[in-house]
Design a binder for this molecule. Structure first.
Ligand SMILES: [Zn+2]
Length: 435
C-alpha cells in the first residue's frame, strides 16, 4: 500500500483526475492477448483509446512504466470481504458473535483496501452477514472508502443444518428462533423463491446457493447434497427471472450436477466433482471457480492446528482431492474463472491464485483471461470491465515485467486505477520503471 496514495488524492473522497492520462508500458494484456506497445488513454472514468494509434488529447499527462505490463483490473469471482481472516477458527466464531456489526464492518474496510491494492478492482462477494456486504459495496462505490467494485449476494441460500445455516453447530434456541428464508435457510421450493426475493429486495446483485456440505461448517458432511433438485430449480429460476446470476457452493458431485442441470451460472470449489460433473459443466457452458487459495489458506491453518477436529478432517480431504479435479477440468476445456474465497486466507493475497492454477496445467495466458474476460462474462459485465478496450471502465493495473514469462509477476502489482481514479502508484519502489 502506497503512502503516496492519500497524498495524491488529497481530499476525503476518491475522484478522477481532471485531465486525460496516457499510461505507457512495454506491453499490455488486453483481456485476451498480450500486445505491444502498451498504451492506454484514460479520460474521466473510461478508456478513450488503446494502442499505438490511440488519439492523445491535448494536455494529457503521461505516466511511463517502462518494462511493465498494463492489464485490466483483476476480477475475483469469490470473496467474503465482510469476514475477517483468522488462523484460529474458534476465535473467529467468538469475534463474529462478540463484536458489534458496526465494528465488524469498519474492520472489514481494511479487507477492501488490501484487495484493491493487490490489483483486484471488482469482486463477486459470495455471502455476508447483517447486510455488511451491501454497506461496504455502497461505501466503496461512493468513493468514501478505497475498495473494489462489489457485486454482493447478502445471505447464501441453503437448507436447515446445512453449510450455510449459520446456526449449524450451536445449541437449539441459542439464537432465539430457528433460521428461516430471511436468513437464507429454506426447506422447500417456495421458501427458496422467498429467500431470493428477500435478498434482492435488500440489495443482492447475485444469488449464492449452498447445494452441498462445506468444509468450514461444524456438523455437516462435506460432499452430501443439501438442496433438492426442485429447490435448486426454483431458486435458480427465480434469480434468473429477476435478472440475477447464480453461484453454487458445491463440493460433492451429486449436488453440483443438480445445480448444473438447473442452469446454475457457476460451480464454486468442487473438491469432489466426478468426471460426469466436469463433462456436464463443459456441455452446459457452466463456469467453474476452483478457489485454490481456499485450499492454500486451509493448508496454512492446518499446519498451525487452527481447526477443530471435524473441520480439519474435511479440509484435509478437500485439499487431497481438488488438484486432480482442476487438472481434469483444465484438460477438458471447462470455462474456468478466477475466484479465491478470500477470508479463508489473509485478504490481499488474491493474486496467488494465478500460480496455483498454472501449476495444475492452465497456461499463464488462460490464467490472466480467467481473472479478466472470463470473469467479466460470468458477472454479466462484459462490455464494461475485463478488457482494455475503448469505452470500457478505466480499471487498469500495472505489474513489473511480463506475467507470461513469470506468472508470479501478478503478485507484484504496483499501480491500480479503478473507474479512472488512481488508488495506488508505487513506481518509485519498482526497479526498471521511470517516473
Ligand atoms: Zn466462500
Amino acid at each position: 500500500m502506497s503512502i503516496g496514495v492519500l497524498a495524491v488524492l488529497g481530499g476525503t473522497a476518491f475522484s478522477q483526475q481532471p485531465q486525460a492520462i496516457v499510461l505507457k508500458a512495454a506491453r499490455l494484456f488486453d483481456g485476451r492477448q498480450m500486445r505491444t506497445p502498451g498504451i492506454v488513454v484514460v479520460a474521466g472514468s473510461r478508456i478513450a483509446g488503446v494502442g499505438a494509434n490511440a488519439t492523445v488529447p491535448a494536455g494529457a499527462r503521461t505516466i511511463e512504466f517502462g518494462d511493465a505490463t498494463l492489464s485490466p483490473g483483476f476480477i475475483d469471482a469469490h470473496t467474503h470481504l465482510s469476514f475477517m481472516y483468522t488462523a484460529d477458527y474458534r476465535q473467529g466464531i467468538l469475534d463474529s458473535v462478540q463484536k458489534t456489526i458496526p465494528e465488524q464492518t469498519l474492520l472489514a474496510t481494511d479487507n477492501l483496501k488490501k484487495t484493491l491494492m493487490a490489483g483486484v478492482t471488482t469482486v463477486r462477494d459470495l455471502a455476508s452477514d447483517s447486510f455488511m456486504d451491501v454497506g461496504l459495496r455502497n461505501a466503496a462505490a461512493a468513493g468514501v472508502i478505497p475498495g473494489p467494485r462489489m457485486l454482493v449476494s447478502v445471505h447464501a441460500i441453503g437448507s436447515t443444518g446445512g453449510h450455510c445455516d449459520f446456526q449449524n453447530g450451536f445449541r437449539p434456541g441459542l439464537f432465539g428462533r430457528e433460521s428461516g428464508p430471511e436468513d437464507g435457510v429454506v426447506n422447500n421450493p417456495e421458501e427458496g423463491r422467498r429467500a431470493v426475493r428477500y435478498n434482492i429486495k435488500y440489495g443482492a446483485d447475485v444469488i449464492k446457493l449452498c447445494v452441498t456440505g462445506g468444509v468450514l461448517s461444524l456438523t455437516d458432511e462435506v460432499d452430501i447434497p443439501q438442496l433438492t433438485q426442485d429447490e435448486i430449480n426454483a431458486i435458480v429460476d427465480e434469480a434468473h427471472t429477476l435478472r440475477k446470476k447464480t453461484a453454487a457452493h458445491a463440493h460433492g458431485a451429486e449436488g453440483a450436477k443438480r445445480a448444473i442441470r438447473a442452469g446454475i451460472d457457476s460451480i464454486e470449489h468442487g473438491a469432489f466433482l466426478d468426471d460426469e460433473a466436469i463433462d456436464l459443466m463443459k456441455a452446459r457452458g457452466t463456469f467453474y471457480i476452483p478457489t485454490l487459495m481456499a485450499a492454500e489458506g486451509g493448508r496454512e491453518i492446518l499446519a498451525k492446528g487452527g481447526y477443530p477436529p471435524p473441520v480439519a478432517a474435511k479440509m484435509t480431504a478437500a485439499i487431497e482431492s481438488i488438484s486432480q479435479v482442476v487438472r481434469k477440468a483444465v484438460a477438458k476445456g471447462v470455462k474456468i474463472g478466477m475466484g479465491t474465497d478470500a477470508a479463508v486466507y489473509p485478504h490481499g493475497r488474491n493474486t496467488e491464485e494465478f500460480h496455483l492454477l498454472t501449476a495444475l496445467g492452465m497456461s499463464p495466458l488462460d490464467a490472466l483471461r480467467a481473472a479478466t474476460s472470463v470473469d467479466a462474462e460470468l458477472l454479466g459485465m462484459q462490455g464494461q470491465i475485463g478488457a482494455l478496450e475503448t469505452g470500457r471502465l478505466a480499471d487498469i493495473i500495472v505489474m513489473p515485467g511480463d506475467p507470461l514469462l513469470n506468472i508470479r509477476q501478478t503478485e507484484k502489482v504496483f499501480f491500480v486505477m479503478k473507474d479512472g481514479v488512481i488508488y495506488r502508484d508505487d513506481r518509485a519502489f519498482t526497479p526498471g520503471s521511470s517516473r
